[in-house]
Design a protein around this ligand. Structure first.
Ligand code: ADP
Ligand code: MG
Length: 605
């Protein structure tokens, strides 16, 4: 038989390699940003169109490439960063495989412009699917610009596999944040569809973290700083009270490279021992510097995991350092190494003698502790019936008949019996007698169901009741959060929000859903962003549903809230007006019935 093995043509080999290197637009972003950093850039711009599906362009002011190198860099295994195998064990660059550009060029349209400082003219090369289309001399500034257009244009299966723009954008922003956090001294710009998402000036670590995550982050940070023979640890952990339900803001950098390590994460969590609420995760930004010879970066193709020579020692040191810093912070809660000296107590004030005047106390003559508190707002601390007895039918016309039966089947004719129908137990459950026995309702879960259906209805049917705020409220968020709010703006408007102004780190709100109080705006938006974030891995999620669930969870009355008789009845009525009264939006039972028979049996055994 004749021989059948042959070498794959380069462009096919590159396409196959691309499968490993380039999973999605965010992978391209990572590779291009890292190349710009390796080239010594101090200013890096990232321009995106349509979540990177149409365009990913990185422009840097780094050292540029010669004309020959500009051509070479698209060859497989072409790298300027290592020469021999031993170099692998002493890496100080991000790249070293020499396969990123070759892989990207195999699956996209590329335009490279580059010039070295010493050269008069630069080079412009266009490539489509590994084929060079044109090469020209151009006049351009020092540095490199690489535009990657129409990613996966020749692999429809991969292109179709991409998620929604929202999801892909979030992956890109994650990569961008990691790189930006690892290099605070480099200025970064991120534009998406001509909107500025990030504009990060060169700065220090604390300022960079705050610039990325919003001004609220500043007060949360506890500094970490430790130097030993085998490692330096710098950075910040967030105070325990700011820990999160999701694992969002957890960053390890080793020698300026973002890495994932559940082992080191364990060390940090361990250091928080006893300070965290169950199920919450601490935020941290930790920068480890170790000798390059003691780590092996070569074990993962996308390089977010690395191997340490002396893992156990690192673990112990990290844990001790974080614990120590947290301890110091607990003793001195305002400890802030980077604090502004102007904020310190002025010296002359320190030396002032203690005042002998007693403070004036003013008394409100109208104060009457026995007067009933008037509930002026629809605060969710007590229950305000959602629907008038007659209006629920209008809300759910299609199911009105069914739900009326729901009510009638369950309850004795309420209108006629005027004795008390419901009882609150331990400020947690409502007990109500029904035809066949009794029903026990979990007040919080029941309210979640009511709010959920209400929000879902208004978000999808687009007839939300909105209340205009007397004074618009400006809330600051990180640019990533602003970007997210912007993408779900229409849904939020359907739910009853109305927006005034979007800036890159704040949003001004001028109207809110009627069921929301002003004091709750920030928390429900924060929770919503959290919840949307948690849903990312699941491609099938709909914003509507996540939003309605999130609002319902945040706004529902909680266990511990005392309800008046009227509120109790309102809650019961509203629950059984729901399309699906039996479960909470998260699938927990909202009520249980005990039939007379079951009650009888309790006494017959
Ligand atoms: P690697 O980064 O692993 O070396 P790449 O395929 O990403 O492989 O890049 C190949 C080579 O092209 C690099 O080693 C570098 O010499 C050159 N290069 C890539 N991007 C840039 C850039 N932005 N500026 C200067 N040189 C670059
Ligand atoms: Mg590279």
């Amino acid at each position: 038989m004749s021989d059948i093995i042959q070498l794959l043509p380069d462009h096919v080999a590159n396409q196959i390699a691309a499968g490993e290197v380039v999973q999605r637009p965010a992978s391209v972003v990572k590779e291009l940003l890292e190349n710009a950093i390796d080239a010594g850039a101090t200013n890096i711009k990232l321009l995106l169109k349509d979540a990177g599906k149409t365009l990913i362009q990185v422009i840097d002011d780094g050292k540029g490439m010669s004309t020959t190198d500009a051509r070479m860099c698209f060859e497989r295994h072409a790298t300027s960063k290592i020469q021999k195998a031993e170099d692998l064990f002493n890496l100080c660059t991000k790249g070293f495989r020499g396969e990123a550009l070759a892989s990207i060029a195999a699956i996209a349209h590329i335009e490279l412009k580059t010039k070295q400082e010493s050269e008069e003219l630069g080079t412009c090369i266009k490539i489509e699917g590994s084929k060079v289309i044109s090469q020209d001399f151009i006049s351009t500034g020092k540095g490199t610009s690489i535009a990657v257009k129409n990613l996966f244009y020749n692999i429809p299966a991969r292109r179709n596999f991409l998620k929604s723009d929202t999801v892909e954008t979030r992956h890109i922003i994650d990569e961008f944040q990691r790189v930006a956090l690892a290099h605070p001294s480099i200025a970064f710009l991120l534009h998406h569809n001509d909107n500025e998402v990030y504009h990060l000036k060169n700065s220090n670590l604390r300022k960079r973290i705050v610039a990325v995550f919003g001004t609220k982050m500043n007060e949360k940070l506890v500094p970490i700083d430790e130097q030993t023979d085998i490692l330096t640890i710098e950075g910040f952990v967030a105070k325990p009270e700011f820990s999160k339900r999701k694992r969002g803001e957890q960053f390890f950098f080793v020698n300026d490279r973002f890495i994932k390590s559940s082992y080191l994460n364990h060390a940090v969590v361990n250091a928080f021992d006893g300070l965290l609420e169950q199920g919450s995760h601490p935020s941290y930004f930790l920068y480890l510097t170790v000798p390059a010879t003691t780590i092996d970066i070569n074990i993962h193709p996308t390089k977010t995991e690395i191997k340490f020579d002396n893992e156990k020692a690192l673990y112990a040191m990290l844990r001790a350092t974080v614990k120590h810093s947290l301890g110091q912070y607990n003793v001195a809660p305002v400890l802030d190494f980077n604090r502004d000296a102007n904020l310190d107590t002025p010296y002359h004030f320190n030396s002032k003698s203690v005042s002998t005047k007693s403070p004036k106390i003013s008394v409100d003559p109208n104060f009457n502790p026995f007067k009933e508190e008037v509930n002026t707002t629809s605060s969710s601390s007590t229950y305000k019936p959602q629907k008038q007895a007659e209006s629920w039918e209008a809300l759910y016309t299609s199911v009105a008949v069914e739900t009326q039966q729901n009510q009638e089947e369950l309850f004795d004719n309420q209108q006629e019996v005027k004795t008390q129908q419901t009882f609150q137990i331990q400020r947690k459950y409502l007990l109500s007698s029904i035809k066949s026995g009794v029903v026990l309702i979990n007040q919080s879960l029941a309210h979640q169901r009511i709010l959920y259906e209400d929000f879902l209805e208004s978000i999808t049917v687009k007839e939300a009741n909105s209340q205009q705020l007397l004074f618009p409220v400006k809330i600051s968020f990180s640019s990533k959060e602003i970007e997210m709010i912007y993408t779900i703006k229409t849904e939020l408007e359907n739910a009853g929000f109305s927006f005034d102004e979007f800036t890159k780190d704040s949003v001004t709100i001028k109207g809110i859903p009627v069921s929301v109080t002003e004091s709750k705006i920030t928390i429900i938006l924060e929770e919503l962003l959290n919840d949307i974030d948690l849903e990312v891995p699941d491609a099938s999620f709909s914003h509507f549903d996540v939003m309605a669930k999130s609002f319902a969870k945040t706004l529902s009355i909680k266990t511990g809230t005392q309800l008046s008789e009227k509120e109790q009845e309102g809650l019961v009525n509203d629950l059984f007006s729901c399309k699906d009264p039996s479960t909470s939006p998260f699938g927990k039972p909202t009520f249980k019935t005990l039939t007379l028979n079951e009650i009888d049996n309790l006494f017959n055994s």
